[in-house]
Design a protein around this ligand. Structure first.
Ligand SMILES: Cc1ncc(COP(=O)(O)O)c(C=O)c1O
Length: 365
């Protein structure tokens, strides 16, 4: 079976992780700051705080943006559920708006129409690594927390890197991401006060100097261990090669799938916008049942995943907020037809061909 995702782990990862294991300092050691600094340098950010997951990073970034009980945060219904969940952690309300049919990101004008006097922040998501229209969202004049969990390596229309803006942006390092620490995440921003607050809140609210166990605010255990940071450092060393590998696979898929009528491929980069390749998601033609296609692919040795379901139609969100079909038609149509194909840097040309043949077969072409 060709898996849908597979991390690249080599001798360098083993070497750096073993070094930490042998050092005896498994957490809050020197690898933490090293990883933070190396990551911040790669995305052009002034500050970075590594945390235990992307979800933890979103939670702390929203708190730092001032989101609290009763507030509204405008976000995309076409995302991994963590983005909306993180708003609920603070008893605020995720307010959804429909997506752009081309980029599949939160639509700027739809989001603008959803603003009320209770809106405290925007939480746009760079879905499948495609950068949001950040200038559009910045024009609202509201605090932004960017969910860049899927977008390492992406850049905006003005050519600047996702992660280099002053507002907090959150990246994630689960094993399917561009780089992995097993589990992990990081919040980058241009604001030293955001870093100070997040560094404290990830560590039970401990004071910044850490010498004295004085917890002057509420905090969490959202720390990232030195073992994970060592893994992350080794992964960063091979990031450019892995991004190039993903771009190669994406280009090969485009060629191999171009002649399948009605199959929607990921949008091409517009102008200076650059996708940070994370997944290769296609939308099956409307006449086909996506879940049947997934089953037929599986029968031919190709793993694929329904990706992504619409958040507002998940049972928890329906029950809690009364969401129903028809609210966000673009998102619902895309969500019903999308599936993620196998996608990782070392996918071979013959595996890509196998996937293409299987997909043609599954669609009866
Ligand atoms: C868009 C998006 N947001 C948030 C997350 C949450 O990251 P994590 O799984 O590290 O908590 C992910 C990753 O899975 C994601 O893809």
């Amino acid at each position: 079976m060709i898996p849908v995702a597979q991390p690249v782990i080599g001798e360098r990862e083993e070497e750096l992780v073993l070094e930490v294991l042998r050092s005896g300092q498994l957490s809050l050691g020197p690898r933490l700051a090293e990883f933070e600094q190396a990551f911040a340098a790669r995305v052009g950010a002034a500050h970075a705080s590594a945390v235990s997951s992307g979800t933890a990073g979103l939670h702390l970034a929203l708190r730092a943006a001032g989101v609290g009980e009763g507030d509204e945060v405008i976000t995309s219904p076409f995302s991994f559920v963590a983005s909306a969940n993180s708003v609920l952690f603070e008893r605020a309300r995720p307010v959804f708006a429909d997506i752009d049919p081309v980029t599949l990101n939160l639509g700027v004008e739809a989001a603008r129409a959803a603003v009320t006097e209770r809106t405290t922040a925007l939480l746009p998501v760079d879905i499948f690594g495609y950068p949001v229209d950040i200038a559009g969202f910045e024009s609202f004049g509201l605090p932004i927390v960017e969910d860049a969990c899927e977008a390492l390596g992406a850049s905006y229309a003005d050519g600047t890197l996702v992660g280099s803006r002053p507002h907090p942006s959150v990246f994630a390092f689960y094993a399917n991401k561009q780089i992995t620490t097993g589990e992990g995440g990081i919040v980058v921003s241009g604001d030293p006060a955001v870093k100070e607050r997040i560094d404290s809140e990830r560590n039970q609210g401990r004071a910044p100097d850490m010498d004295w166990l004085d917890h002057d605010r509420l905090g969490f255990n959202y720390r990232l261990s030195d073992i994970a940071c060592a893994l992350g450092l080794a992964q960063l060393e091979r990031l450019e090669a892995m991004l190039a590998g993903r771009a190669r696979v994406a280009a090969a898929y485009r060629d191999a799938l171009a002649d399948i009528e009605g199959l929607a491929l990921p949008c091409e980069d517009r102008d200076a916008e650059r996708r940070g390749w994370f997944v290769f998601v296609v939308q099956v033609p409307g006449a086909h049942d996506r879940d049947t296609v997934i089953e037929r692919l599986r029968e031919q040795g190709v793993q694929s995943k329904p990706y992504l379901p619409a958040i507002h139609l998940m049972s928890f969100y329906r029950e809690r907020f009364g969401h129903r079909e028809g609210e966000f038609p673009v998102c619902e149509d895309v969500a019903a037809r999308s599936l993620a194909l196998p996608f990782f840097p070392h996918l071979t040309d013959s595996q890509i061909e196998q996937v293409a043949v299987a997909l043609r077969g599954a669609l009866g072409r």
